[in-house]
Design a protein around this ligand. Structure first.
Ligand code: SGN
Ligand code: CA
Length: 557
């Protein structure tokens, strides 16, 4: 914890005990710093799974309007440069909960279960007198620590009639997962709203995770829409390194037909289409097969005619047409999922307004990482390139955050634990590695000093085949080292080439930048306790688990 954070917390005590003194002092101070409110706030942490900032209209309205999520931005702060330290689900969640980089908390990939001996911030809040609860997706391979009550999807969970692990064993709930998770959130709030203790509530959506199944009420509307294509949909990865060329997340070549594009298995057979992955039909069965009779009837009434129509067109379609079709199909389902996420955020905001709970409640909306919505021809995440590296972050805190604030600092999921603890008047443990965002929330922006962040992705070889890499990212540049299988460096000029189409690592014009950033990256790895020795140990453990079925791992789907 930085000296500044301790000082800010001390100032709360000062405020509480010596109010008259404060007013005398402030007359003499030129810059009046805003302080944390004396009363401990409630906190609601809403996180969706794979929600790209490109699909939130507060960031960009070229794809979808999200009026409810936007309310948080309008009434609070929008971070336009928020990012993650490892763009994949469980590692990001572990970083959020521990305030540490992946190589420290140990959850470097989705493969191994979370190390339960790690301290997570809800445990500290619970100890400090907060009521705590968590509903939705965690994806740790074990249950959350430090929460009084939980209802968690096992693994990835499913969209229709999902199963939840709870404090009292497993339950199956009929309905659509996004609505159900918000029902659980609202029920818990209703039950606890008059409690004297403040609360820390996690409401974590599964949507819009692959395989992107919208609620029945959105099938018709969204499958009729046509979405604007990203400029880089037909990227050929020229000018990039090997990793971009060998990744398996291209819409045309790696997306599944049944599971992802929702092609009926029998139509695939008729057309002679096969999937490369081998588990495609299983994915279709896992999600569509879980629908009840009514849900399935609505599904068939919309998806069946669409696929019959495709059947007639497919024989004469070329690759460009197929790519375009697959992009539209993908966006229709992905954005259909976002529609219910947004509606449910609206339900929560309305409830908080109606009960007056919103007055002293911080609302955070974020995602566990970003996502490719056809940029570079891709779906999925993992890379340090912007669409997956960046994540949405909107925070509302009445009477503290100035409504409509936009902040461009490079803030990270690593910072959330310290921010929330500090907001709750709890001194964060000194071994947390982030920076509290409180100065930025208060508007004391000059107190923010960090100007670069660290990134490290591990899960390779594995699904989507994105090579291991670590990186340093500043406002101006991104320097990445792909260190396994290849030994390649990439440098992107974030200002001149925001789409990251040109690796300028060998461009003489950037020679000085490369030298400087390589040194900074080295220093940063040292500062955070990362090293090539650790990289090797992590890799060894991963490869061993791949070859030994007796080693416990978390299921992929
Ligand atoms: C599943 C998905 C992958 C996805 C990982 C990780 N396949 O394996 O596409 O990258 O989860 O996602 S699926 O067919 O099961 O959808 S994460 O959000 O949990 O990290
Ligand atoms: Ca995710």
């Amino acid at each position: 914890m930085s000296k500044k954070s301790i000082l800010r917390l001390l100032s709360i005590c000062f405020l509480l005990g010596m109010v008259s003194c404060k007013s005398n002092e402030s007359k003499e101070t030129k810059v009046v710093k805003k302080e944390l409110p004396a009363k401990r706030p409630n906190i609601i942490f809403m996180m969706s799974d794979d929600h790209a900032y490109q699909a939130i209209s507060a960031y960009s309205n070229h794809l979808i309007e999200t009026p409810n999520i936007d309310r948080i931005a309008n009434e609070g702060i929008k971070f336009t440069n928020a990012c993650v330290s490892n763009s994949i689900c469980a590692p990001s969640r572990a970083t959020i909960l521990t305030g540490k980089h992946c190589h420290i908390h140990g959850k470097v990939d989705n493969v191994f279960p979370f190390d339960e001996s790690q301290t997570t911030f809800p445990q500290l809040m619970q100890k400090a007198g907060y009521k705590t609860a968590m509903f939705g997706k965690l994806h740790f391979g074990n249950n959350p620590k430090g929460v009084d009550e939980f209802k968690i999807l096992p693994g990835q969970g499913r969209y229709y009639n999902p199963i939840f692990d709870t404090n009292d064993g497993q339950i199956t709930v009929e309905g659509y997962v996004t609505d159900i998770i918000m029902d659980m959130t609202l029920e818990w709030l209703e039950k606890n709203k008059n409690d004297d203790k403040p609360f820390m509530l996690f409401s974590m959506q599964k949507a819009p995770h692959r395989e992107w199944l919208p609620a029945p009420r959105h099938f018709k509307e969204y499958t009729k829409k046509t979405f604007v294509e990203p400029e880089t949909l037909f990227d050929d990865y020229e000018g990039r390194g090997t990793a971009a060329k060998t990744a398996e997340m291209n819409l045309l070549t790696h997306m599944n037909w049944a599971g992802d594009s929702k092609m009926y298995p029998e139509i695939m057979k008729e057309l002679g289409i096969k999937d490369k992955s081998g588990w495609d039909l299983e994915a279709f069965e896992r999600e569509v097969g879980a629908m009840n009779v009514e849900q399935r009837a609505v599904w068939d009434s919309v998806y069946r005619p669409m696929m019959e129509d495709f059947k007639t067109k497919y024989p004469t379609m070329n690759d460009t047409e197929l790519m375009k079709w697959r992009y539209q199909r993908y966006m229709q389902d992905y954005l259909g999922c976002i529609a219910s996420v947004d509606e449910n955020v609206g339900r929560l905001l309305d409830y908080l307004d109606e009960t007056g709970l919103d007055d002293n409640t911080i609302i955070i909306y974020t995602s566990d990482q970003g996502f490719y919505l056809g940029e570079h021809g891709w779906f999925d995440k993992r890379f340090v390139y912007d669409e997956s590296f960046k994540t949405p972050l909107l925070i509302k805190w009445p009477n503290v955050i100035t409504p409509g604030t936009t902040n461009t600092e490079m803030v990270q999921n690593l910072d959330f634990a310290q921010t929330i603890l500090e907001a709750a008047h709890i001194v964060p443990p000194s071994d947390m590695q982030g920076e509290s965002l409180i100065p930025l929330l208060l508007g004391n922006d000059d107190e923010w000093t960090r100007d670069a962040v660290y990134y490290h992705y591990y899960e390779y070889p594995g699904i989507h085949m994105v090579k291991r890499h670590y990186a340093i990212i500043t406002q101006d540049y991104k320097l990445a080292h792909f260190y396994y299988d290849v030994d390649e460096w990439e440098l992107y000029d974030r200002k001149k080439d925001p789409q990251e189409m040109k690796n300028v690592i060998s461009d003489p014009a950037y020679a000085d930048v490369v030298i400087k950033l390589k040194q900074e990256l080295k220093d940063m790895r040292k500062l955070y306790g990362d090293s090539s020795q650790l990289d090797q140990e992590i890799l060894k453990k991963y490869l061993e688990a791949k070859n030994n079925p007796d080693i416990e791992t978390v299921p992929l789907h």
